[in-house]
Design a protein around this ligand. Structure first.
Ligand code: ADP
Ligand code: ZN
Ligand code: ZN
Length: 746
């Protein structure tokens, strides 16, 4: 008997192996196996039972081992991997690697899986002596004693951060024994998300929630694939609807994946979800899945799902690959979030992959948002997706009033560019007097966006990237936000030596400074990637804001997402134009989403909220529609624009980026390539470019780009482009990256 195996790393090819007698009963499609390639062992996934076509069966080597006694990639994931490989024109081995957490692969490739077994009870004297003289040993011993089952040595080391000497010491004392034996599951008794435990009584649903839940229960009962969009204004209680749907799916014996954007996956939200889930579906443990987990935790969660011990995963983008059994329901919260798109190979979109996985499993995919992506909205409009609407906030709380301040008028009034308008300042004073809290958003860190000479107009740019340097006042530097290059801020113009330098644009630091100057009594904190370098600092600041020890929080949109502060009654958006005037056809959509999300942060408690938006272009559609949170009106207008220009969702779009040290060469080859594509695909695709990318140079590497607007099915175009690309003679020093359905265009 032979099997075809996909090796995990570096070989995009199916290889054949014999299945030894001892493994026959266990090897299945999807099994993770050890395979010999030349003189080394690698990992691979069994893809099929078949015989080699170009190779005599007798010459196949035998499999070297089976890692887990169950399929590491269940059939639906294996099929999903193949689909992704074709859809995103990405190598299959890389996709399989993305699907299997590093911890799973690492534990599997250990040559000898040593297990640590507690050999005997320590006497009280021994315990005391250990605690005093060998604290590391004491820690290891205590940890292992608390585990219900033996633990992998490598994982214990990783988890406890002790050296192998500590374990050796315990073995010498006769307290521990090392054994070589296959683990079935590594369990950790101390649970990871020991967050706050919110008392979690299920709410009584309002009529709209009930109608949505009924429709979902009906769809789940019917079974089979479907997509539903839960379109609910901020604060309308979407989470409650998700939880009820999850309850239904679990009660029917199915598994569930719940995806949220990574930034929203705070310990607080996870703890809240877990306790709600436990209240609603007793006995179900939710596995948490995100990038901050230790390898031990990750492996533990993966095993719990793969063995069917746990049936729910809550996680960020990559949780769409969790080996949930009998998947019935995938929830994608905030489905419009760009964070669902991975910006390295494989460049997949978590939401789209979720939909396809649901299709493969015959499951229901539930997308939720207050501001759905236009792609999703168009699909709901055409009837491809079901539409469930929550139009009211819970308890009919009012959506906050949005006040738009025209900064052109303000500049005249204040005689010069102002950071904070009179209106915003007055509102801040009024709220502070009532002991209410304020959040100010500004979507740029640093002090100002650019240094410009008043005399000659010179703007200082990064020498390695074609972007202006950002001024950071705290340490008097100019920094490049792309490559990190920095230099001292000059006192005179580097071009004409004039001392008349001014700072254009506003960043978080400048806002913080203005607030400190204008509202000196307030307690202020700033949150952006600069202040949050230290781990846990983000959490600390949010905790003290929640506890009321901070009056005003200034930050980038890092704080706009998923946070719920009942005492925040005023939100200011200092410069709404920052997200609008960028070369991206989704700029309006992003701005509208940002405005609505930001506004949703105000007045979540029982007090009415207020939002002040500062802009130089108050007439812009994204701003006008957001004043009344009129998503439907906005989407209608914007979809028309997209249709007129043939942008997504009217057509699929591909982005092809060419990178290299020599711009002329990039251009030449990009043009040759374009000709090749045109000859082969003709009218099926409309090409735009090649042209220099919006940021033409990053870290001394030039960037050119080509756009493809698909007039034929995207799968067909991608397949053809992938075929042509493999045959094209690319120069050695030119890197090219194809992005299907690109999301971040700048
Ligand atoms: P959304 O995700 O739609 O913005 P949430 O799910 O966060 O809204 O709900 C907003 C608030 O309303 C939460 O504090 C939630 O606990 C509460 N809530 C949800 N449904 C109900 C209900 N039926 N009755 C009372 N409170 C509810
Ligand atoms: Zn100058
Ligand atoms: Zn740079």
């Amino acid at each position: 008997m032979t099997v075809g195996v996909h090796p995990l790393a570096g070989f995009d090819k199916l290889l054949h192996y014999k299945v030894p007698e001892s493994l026959r009963a266990q090897v299945q499609v999807g099994s993770l196996v050890r395979i010999p390639i030349v003189n080394r062992f690698h990992l691979g996934i069994v893809a099929e039972f078949s015989e080699p076509k170009d190779f005599p069966v007798e010459r196949c080597k035998p499999l070297a081992g089976l890692v887990y006694p169950f399929p590491a990639l269940p059939p639906d994931l294996l099929r999903l991997a193949k689909w992704m490989s074709a859809y995103y024109a990405a190598p299959l081995d890389g996709i399989i690697e993305t699907m299997l957490p590093a911890a799973v692969r690492k534990a599997a490739s250990l040559k000898q899986e040593k297990l640590l077994v507690v050999a005997r009870q320590a006497t009280p004297e021994e315990t005391a002596a250990l605690a005093k003289r060998a604290p590391a040993q004491a820690r290891v011993y205590e940890f292992l004693r608390a585990q219900p089952r033996p633990v992998l040595k490598s994982l214990a080391l990783d988890r406890l951060g002790v050296s192998a000497a500590a374990i050796h010491g315990l073995v010498t004392r006769g307290l521990l024994r090392e054994e070589s034996r296959r683990v079935e599951r590594v369990a950790y008794a101390d649970d990871h998300a020991a967050g706050e435990h919110v008392a979690a009584q299920p709410h009584i649903l309002n009529a709209e929630q009930q109608a949505a839940v009924d429709a979902l229960a009906e769809a789940l009962g019917r079974g089979g694939f479907g997509v539903q969009l839960l379109f609910g204004v901020t604060g309308s209680g979407k989470t409650e609807v998700y939880l009820r749907a999850i309850q239904e799916a679990l009660a029917a014996g199915g598994g569930v994946a719940f995806l949220v954007p990574e930034v929203a996956l705070t310990p607080q939200t996870v703890a809240r979800l877990r306790s709600r889930l436990e209240a609603i579906a007793p006995g179900h443990k939710a596995v948490v899945w995100h990038s901050m987990l230790s390898e031990g935790e990750r492996l533990d969660g993966w095993l719990a799902l793969a063995t069917g011990e746990a049936r729910v995963v809550v996680g960020a983008r990559s949780a769409v690959f969790a080996p949930v059994q009998d998947l019935r329901l995938i929830v994608v919260d905030e489905e419009h979030e760009p964070a669902y798109k991975q910006d390295e190979t494989p460049r997949y979109h978590g939401r789209d992959v979720a939909i396809y996985r649901a299709k493969l499993c015959g499951a229901l995919c539930l997308l939720g948002s207050a501001t759905p992506s236009l792609e999703t909205w168009a699909n709901a409009g055409s009837g491809k997706y079901g539409l469930l609407t929550l139009s009211q906030r819970i308890d009919d709380r009012k959506l906050p009033y949005i006040d738009v301040v025209d900064m052109r008028v303000e500049a005249m009034r204040q005689r010069g560019a102002a950071t904070l308008s009179r209106k915003l300042l007055d509102a801040m004073h009024a709220r502070l007097a009532k002991k209410e809290q304020i959040i100010l958003f500004i979507n740029r860190r640093g002090y100002s966006s650019a240094m410009q000479c008043r005399k000659c107009g010179h703007v200082e740019e990064c020498p390695h990237c074609s972007v202006s340097m950002t001024y950071h006042r705290s340490d008097e530097t100019l920094r490049c936000h792309l490559c990190g290059h920095q230099r001292g801020a000059p006192a005179r113009c580097p071009s004409c030596a004039s001392p008349e330098i001014r700072w254009r644009g506003t960043g978080t630091q400048r806002v913080e400074e203005a607030v400190r100057r204008l509202v000196p009594k307030a307690r202020i904190e700033r949150i952006d990637t600069d202040t949050m370098q230290k781990k846990n600092r983000f959490r600390e600041v949010l905790a003290s804001f929640r506890a009321g020890r901070i009056d005003i929080l200034v930050g980038t949109q890092m704080i706009a997402k998923g946070l719920d502060f009942p005492n925040v009654t005023l939100v200011g958006l200092v410069d709404a134009d920052l997200s609008m005037h960028v070369p991206d056809f989704r700029a309006n959509e992003r701005t509208f989403q940002l405005l609505v999300q930001v506004a949703g942060r105000a007045g979540r408690g029982d007090r009415a909220g207020e939002v002040v938006v500062q802009t130089f272009t108050p007439e812009a559609g994204a701003i006008q529609f957001s004043r009344h949170a009129d998503y439907v009106g906005f989407a209608q207008t914007e979809l028309k624009v997209r249709r007129d220009f043939g942008y997504p969702p009217a057509r699929h779009l591909l982005h092809h980026l060419f990178r290299g040290p020599n711009p002329e060469k990039l251009r030449f080859f990009a043009e040759q390539w374009k000709k090749r594509v045109e000859e082969s695909l003709g009218e099926q695709v409309a090409l735009m470019g090649p042209a220099a990318a919006p940021i033409e140079k990053i870290q001394d590497e030039y960037r050119w780009q080509l756009w493809y607007f698909c007039n034929a099915p995207v799968t067909k175009i991608v397949a053809e482009v992938a075929r042509l690309r493999a045959a094209f003679e690319w120069p050695e020093d030119m890197i090219q990256v194809l992005d299907v359905d690109p999301v971040n265009l700048c």
